[in-house]
Write a protein that binds this ligand. Structure first.
Ligand code: MIG
Length: 794
């Protein structure tokens, strides 16, 4: 074991500080005004670059640098890095001296064989968040986690690891936020003061210590910088934001059609239907079952006529079988993983003994992509990558298997965590090449930091239980904190049968999640909205319809994510980390869809809910009842609802209900504006399915609200909006009149409702204040196209 030791030589070269210590060498660069990169390796190594998470790492910028007797100091406009010389230790602090993060004075950076660890002093009350798809609480203090992508079938609320690895976390030290990303895809461990009262640490089993330190100051700043490095999503097709229905498995073909037709008959909006492993012949990838799916083109055509998109599952294992064209072709093209002695590796999965493509080689990704392209040409719109941890029966992929790693060559130990992400990349490339202008949608189970560029993730094989409903909310929150904006859980729970009440609450919660997909295990109860009785069906129709009304909002949030990495679903950490209550068990599952719409998950059978409203003034979303923030509220929750609030200053664009995302709406954009604080919003629109948005074919409008004055900027971009009318619903204000320029606007009282009453339950009438509040709604009409719009209420 070696501790890094004292600083010997140092020099500033090409905007990088090179330091040699007794036992190691360090390179430090500043890559933006609040971001540093620290690399360390032992004396006999040379520095390596790992490009999977971060395809392009910016060069360092010029330093503000000074030498003191006992330290070297780098200072930016808002953060200071002190490098003490004896021994070498780093301390990141704010300019007022508040510590953000500092190396443990006795340990610092330590090598133990191929393993490297950086120990940081645990600050009093320090909190930790993120690490992507991890179980456990929002604040991860006192816990330790391992990053090793794992097929965690039927995982529990504390199982670790799961399917996705994301060695990025945010910390809060002395009320100040910072972020650390360990750019290392080997197996890593993060300790946040678990079983010790001295340090937190991050540790890699191989590779080098290469981490980025983000000084924020706000979580959104940290995430913006982190996603500037690791990448952001491109706009997904609008249909992938619609309701998605899955089952393990719909088969034969007429079953698929029956399900799709039932959605249309029952008027439950939906856009996507999935084919799980039984569409294939004997689970052989890139085949169709000849008996059950004899004419895939015709099936796909009929589904398209019903306005459904089709997503198929793709597993990486290719059955090792002479005469099976994909297997023969793979062997001939040398695409499969091998042992070091040259023998092909075989692992057992669904089709039996199988070979596995080496997705860490671009030529293999191309090979795979060509097959994906053929499915896309048959009419498949999206692809679902499963079992790509990679998973094999028995879970032990041998460590000595060789991988190309883009020419660097290495073994399974190094390649494991990025295998799923590279499979998703290959799949995306195949779909995109074949689909041309059309956008595709890739859903993956395993991924790694940076994987957000290519695919959405779902949180694997959950259970039909209340704790999983809550964990599901936390997982999506944590993925969002960690740069994965597009995720969701199997609605209804994958394993087990949902107890009465659970499905409806799950549907309600998922209606506000980026990915809304119902799915269920083979031989279990189906997860279609009509399988849980008449009331659950109505609740499902209500909340799925609400999701379709919210599409302009959801889509605008996805647009924002392409710009700055902010996830559509935001843990309260983003805006309220100074309010300690958000970290408590009772409230840690709450989340916001955008900045202002607050969703409070509740258990299946709960009739009462305790919620925490952060500072500010809040409106009950369903009846406009005003609730004060910075306090807890105990609410009655009818079985047909979950509590949803909007903050004063919130602006939420909505549209009429449609049965699928490309069914024309009524051309009225409904802008819900919540009076009581200043509001700002960016409304984004485009055709929702091509890449012409990247050539300027989009419409972006900035909307502001302040004290009765609503302004809408001239449109940026060339897209002709699908909306021709604008209705403004001003909630919580008493104005009687409104003008746009000199033009008097028509004002009506509105009884606008987001949900329909179910059986004897009416979300609007069960609250005594409801009618009063609805009477305060104002509604105006104006035309939408022209120049800037300024509306004054008075
Ligand atoms: O061994 O394809 O997580 O969603 O339905 C199970 C069958 C393999 C695991 C996935 C699940 C999927 C199932 N798959």
């Amino acid at each position: 074991m070696k501790i890094i030791g004292e600083v010997g030589k140092w020099e500033l070269r090409n905007s990088r500080l090179h330091i040699t210590t007794a036992e190691g060498q360090v390179r430090i660069s500043q890559i933006s005004s609040a971001t540093f990169r620290v690399q360390a390796c032992s004396l006999d190594e040379i520095f390596q670059e790992s490009g999977y998470a971060c395809p392009v790492i910016p060069e360092g910028m010029a330093f503000q640098f000074s030498e003191r007797e006992d330290s070297l100091v780098v200072e930016t406009l808002d953060v200071r890095l002190i490098i003490s010389k004896s021994p070498f230790r780093l301390r990141f602090e704010r300019l007022d001296g508040t510590v953000l993060s500092e190396d443990d004075p006795g340990l610092g950076i330590v090598w133990d064989g191929p393993e490297v660890t950086n120990y940081k002093t645990l600050q009093p009350g320090e909190r930790f968040f993120g690490l992507g798809e991890k179980t456990g609480p929002l604040d991860r203090a006192g816990k330790q986690y391992r990053n090793w992508n794992t097929d965690a079938y039927a995982y529990g609320p504390n199982t670790d690891p799961l399917y996705v690895s994301c060695p990025f976390y945010m910390g809060m030290s002395h009320e100040n936020m910072y972020g650390i990303f360990l750019n290392n895809h080997w197996e890593t461990t993060f300790n946040f003061g678990a079983a010790n009262d001295r340090f937190s640490f991050f540790q890699a089993k191989g590779g080098q210590l290469d981490y980025f330190f983000f000084a924020g100051p706000e979580p959104a700043d940290i995430l913006r910088e982190y996603t500037a490095l690791t990448g952001r999503i491109k706009l997904p097709p609008m249909w992938s934001l619609g309701f998605q229905q899955c089952r393990y498995s719909y088969s034969p073909d007429k079953d698929v059609l029956r399900v799709a037709r039932t959605f249309r008959e029952k008027e439950i909006p939906a856009d996507v239907i999935y084919l799980d492993i039984h569409y294939m012949q004997d689970y052989k990838v890139f085949t169709w079952d000849k008996e059950k799916f004899p004419d895939p083109e015709s099936l796909i055509r009929q589904l398209h006529e019903l306005n459904f998109k089709v997503v198929v599952i793709l597993d990486p294992g290719v059955k090792a079988e002479k005469g099976y064209h994909v297997s023969d072709d793979g062997v001939e093209n040398d695409v499969f993983l091998k042992y070091p002695d040259g023998q092909l590796y075989r692992g057992a999965v669904w089709p039996g003994w199988s070979n596995f493509p080496d997705f860490t080689a671009s030529r293999v990704r191309k090979w795979w992509a060509d097959y994906v392209g053929k499915l896309a040409k048959q009419g498949i719109s999206g692809f679902w990558n499963d079992m790509n941890e990679p998973a094999v029966w028995g879970h032990h992929t041998p460590n000595l298997i060789g991988f190309e790693l883009e020419g660097e060559k290495g073994t399974h130990k190094e390649a494991h965590n990025i295998y799923g992400m590279q499979m998703a990349l290959a799949t995306k490339q195949g779909a995109e090449d074949a689909l041309g202008e059309e956008r595709t949608f890739i859903l993956t189970r395993a991924s790694f930091s940076g994987g957000q560029r290519d695919s959405a993730v779902w949180t694997g094989d959950n259970h039909a239980t209340n704790p999983h409903l809550m964990l599901g909310a936390r997982l999506v929150n944590s993925l969002g904190i960690s740069g994965f904006p597009f995720s969701g859980n199997d609605v209804g729970g994958f394993t087990g049968d949902a107890a009465p009440g659970l499905y409806r609450r799950w549907i309600a919660q998922a209606a506000f999640h980026p990915l809304m997909r119902a799915h269920t295990m083979i031989n279990s109860r189906s997860a279609e909205p009509w399988c849980f009785g008449e009331e659950d069906l109505e609740v499902a129709r209500n909340f799925i319809s609400l999701r379709y009304q919210l599409l302009p909002h959801l889509y605008s949030l996805f647009y924002e994510s392409t710009k700055n990495g902010m996830p559509p679903v935001r843990s309260l950490l983003f805006d309220y980390h100074r309010e300690w209550k958000i970290f408590t068990e009772a409230f840690e599952n709450q989340f916001a869809l955008g900045q202002h719409l607050l969703i409070c998950p509740v258990d299946g059978e709960a009739a009462l809910a305790k919620v925490y409203l952060p500072e500010g003034r809040w409106y009950h979303f369903f009846n406009d009842k005003v609730c004060e923030g910075a306090q807890e509220h105990l609410l009655e929750v009818p079985r047909d609802l979950i509590p949803v609030f909007v903050k004063a200053g919130g602006i939420i664009p909505m549209q009429s209900i449609t049965q699928h995302v490309h069914e024309p709406h009524d051309k009225i954009l409904r802008l819900h504006v919540y009076h009581g604080a200043d509001g700002a919003y960016e409304l984004y629109e485009d055709d929702g399915h091509t890449r012409q948005n990247e050539a300027g074919n989009y419409a972006l409008r900035k909307i502001n609200y302040k004290d009765g004055i609503l302004t809408i900027s001239p449109q940026e971009g060339a897209y002709k909006s699908a909306f021709q009318h604008l209705h403004i619903y001003l909630h919580g204000a008493n104005f009687k009149k409104a003008k746009a320029g000199q033009q008097e606007l028509k004002i009506e009282k509105s009884d606008f409702r987001f949900l329909k009453a179910i059986s004897n339950f009416d979300p609007y009438e069960d609250y005594p204040d409801a009618s009063k509040i609805i009477a305060e709604l104002l509604r105006v009409e104006t035309s939408w196209y022209s120049d800037p719009i300024k509306i004054q209420f008075y």
